[in-house]
Design a protein around this ligand. Structure first.
Ligand SMILES: [Zn+2]
Length: 58
């Protein structure tokens, strides 16, 4: 994935996940850039997964 702030490209596994400090309920899905620590929104496939989970709850 590509960092939306500095443009640094890195594999999602290398990003810093689950900060636990942003106050979001449950697990944080943001992926932090290993270079500038900007919080990037997760990639589209994660969004799809999240949508599925939300649909189940409705
Ligand atoms: Zn960055």
């Amino acid at each position: 994935m590509k960092c939306g702030y500095c443009g640094y490209e890195f594999p999602e596994e290398e990003g810093i996940k689950g900060c636990g400090k942003c106050g979001m309920p449950g697990r944080c899905h943001m992926v932090r850039c290993p270079r500038c620590f900007y919080e990037n929104p997760p990639e589209l496939k994660v969004f799809k997964k999240l949508k599925k989970v939300l649909e189940k709850k409705l």
